[in-house]
Each structure stands twice: as structure tokens, then as C-alpha cells.
Design a protein around this ligand. Structure first.
Ligand code: GDP
Length: 300
């Protein structure tokens, strides 16, 4: 996995710089506070967390009186960390259970980066000495299984696939069965992200989960969310969070957005911690999410 700090430093996530400038002004009048609020909302922090942060900042700034740039930075850092949740458990549940592999289900809207994240995660787990099987349960897109196969070949993971337009649950079952048979450590199942109807999605993911549970337990349900789609992407993600028990978020394409604040709103909206961040298209462009490193990078 990449070093989060180095990569973020090169990304466009510059939420903090504008804020630092604003907060460093001699006089913080109402207009400046409005600008601060606007900056946070533009960075996809979300309205409610923005209001909470601005209120806290106003109080703290008042208490401080005059402020040095270092003090301003610390104030902002503290606020951002509070909103992100510095003590939140972000452990990725990928430990096998004796003879049985851990199972990770990857869900989310098509195009968000599910297959890429599946490949990158496999790469990282294999790098840590795990044996990994991938399940191509996105049987609706013709190219999806091929794309996963390419990732499997690239990172050294076997890929279990089914017939085109076949039953996703059956592929998921086969992948987990293969994982049990071969005594692998982790099975990662890439699912279809068709947002047809809510009940359709619920039935489909529910069935995938149920059949997997005949062989193993689903340890992690990773919801993949594209950071560049902002509030719109969040609405779609919410549907997934409503139909399946999501345990973690993989926020992708953070390298392509200046809206790093989405980390805050996404956790608040979905009630699930961001566990992984995608920072590019390459096999090593995935990092565990570390709030301290992230905020430091944001503040430059
Ligand atoms: P899926 O339909 O959800 O499986 O999405 P894909 O895995 O096919 O990804 C869609 C596109 O997003 C591909 O072109 C990926 O290379 C790209 N992508 C995925 N993750 C990232 C990321 O973290 N950063 C960037 N820049 N591109 C990404």
C-alpha cells in the first residue's frame, strides 16, 4: 500500500490551506466566517458537520484572542480530527478463522472502483503473506470478470468466475468454496453494482451473503464510494448501506479531487468508518485510512 502522506501531499486535497489563510486573518468578522463555512461545504464536508465545526472554531478563537498560525493550525486540526473520529476502529477484518478463510464482500455502484479496489486489496493482502481467492460475482457487465481476471493475474490471486449473466450468488458460493478447499486466508467477492430497485438490490446482495454463509462468514462488507461524485454519490451509497450491513468504506479516487472533506460527511451520513482510501489506478495505490496523517496532509 502506498504511503498515504506522500501521496496525499501530491493530491489536490487542499481543503486546509484556504481555511488556514482565512482563520489567520487579523479580524474574523461575519463575512470571514461565512467564507470559512463556504470553503468547508465546497470541500464536501457537509452542512451539519460544517456548522458544528464553525461553531466550535468561533468559540475557541474567541477564547484565544490573538492567534499565531501554529495555533490556528492546531485548532483546525483538532476540529477536523474530532469530526473524522480519531478513535474510531478502522480494523479491516481479514483474519482467517482456523481452516476457513475470511470473506470480504465488495459492494457499491458501478464505476466507483470496486474491481480496482478488489485487485489492490488482494495485492496488499498477498504482500502481507496471505493467500487470496477473488470471486467475480459481477456477472452483469460482460467485461467485469475479465477485468478482475487481469487483476488476479497481476497480483497472483486465483479468480473464480461463472457464466456471463449467471447467478452472482452462485459465483460467490463457488469462490468461497474454492477458498475453503484451497485453505486460503481471504476470499474477496466483487459484486455487481446495478442500482435497479432497492428491493432488487436487497434481494441480490442478501442472497449473495446467505449463500456465502453456508460455507464461511462474511467478515467485512466494504462499500466502495467514489470521492469525486460528492453528495450525489453519497445518495447512491446510502441505498447500499440500507440494504446490506456495511462494515467499512473504501473511498476511491481521492487523488482526483480537492474535496477531501467528503471523508467527514460520508462517515456521518452512513455511520460507517472509512477504512481504505484509493489514491490512483495502480496496484499499490490503496492505503489504510489514518485520520492523523490525512489531516496533516490536508493542512499541508
Ligand atoms: P467498478 O465498476 O466499480 O468495478 O469500477 P472499476 O474498478 O472498473 O473502476 C472504474 C475506473 O476508476 C477505472 O478506470 C479505474 O482505474 C478507476 N479507479 C478506481 N479507483 C481509483 C482511484 O483510487 N484513483 C483513480 N484515479 N482512479 C481509480
Amino acid at each position: 500500500m502506498v504511503r498515504l502522506r506522500a501521496r496525499l501531499a501530491r493530491s489536490q486535497s487542499t481543503l486546509g490551506k484556504g481555511l488556514l489563510d482565512l482563520l489567520s486573518r487579523d479580524r474574523l468578522d461575519d463575512d470571514t466566517w461565512d467564507e470559512i463555512e463556504e470553503t468547508l461545504i465546497t470541500a464536501d464536508v457537509g452542512v451539519a458537520p460544517t456548522q458544528a465545526m464553525v461553531e466550535e472554531l468561533r468559540t475557541k478563537v474567541k477564547v484565544l484572542g490573538s492567534r499565531t498560525p501554529t495555533e490556528v493550525r492546531e485548532l483546525l486540526k483538532e476540529q477536523l480530527l474530532t469530526q473524522i473520529g480519531v478513535d474510531t476502529d478502522r480494523t479491516l477484518h481479514v483474519k482467517p478463522h482456523g481452516e476457513r478463510p475470511a470473506v470480504v464482500l465488495v459492494v457499491g455502484v458501478n464505476g466507483t472502483g470496486k474491481t480496482t479496489t478488489t485487485g489492490k486489496l488482494a495485492r496488499s493482502l498477498i504482500g502481507d503473506g496471505n493467500k487470496v481467492v477473488l470471486g467475480a460475482a459481477d456477472t452483469f457487465r460482460a467485461a467485469a470478470a475479465d477485468q478482475l481476471q487481469t487483476w488476479g493475474d497481476r497480483v497472483g490471486a486465483e479468480v473464480v468466475r461463472g457464466p456471463e449473466a449467471g447467478d452472482p450468488a452462485s459465483v460467490a458460493f463457488d469462490a468461497v468454496a474454492k477458498g475453503v478447499e484451497d485453505k486460503v486466508d481471504v476470499v474477496i467477492v466483487d459484486t455487481a453494482g446495478r442500482l435497479h430497485t432497492k428491493t432488487g438490490l436487497m434481494d441480490e446482495l442478501g442472497k449473495v451473503k446467505r449463500v456465502i454463509e453456508k460455507k464461511a462468514t462474511v467478515d467485512e462488507v466494504l462499500l466502495v464510494l467514489d470521492a469525486t461524485t460528492g453528495q450525489n454519490g453519497m445518495r447512491q451509497a446510502r441505498v447500499f448501506a440500507e440494504v446490506v450491513d456495511v462494515t467499512g468504506i473504501a473511498l476511491t479516487k481521492l487523488d482526483g479531487t480537492a474535496k477531501g472533506g467528503i471523508i467527514i460527511s460520508v462517515q456521518r451520513e452512513l455511520g460507517v468508518p472509512v477504512k481504505l482510501v484509493g489514491l490512483g489506478e495502480g496496484p499499490d495505490d490503496l492505503a489504510p485510512f489514518d485520520p492523523e496523517v490525512f489531516v496533516d496532509a490536508l493542512l499541508g
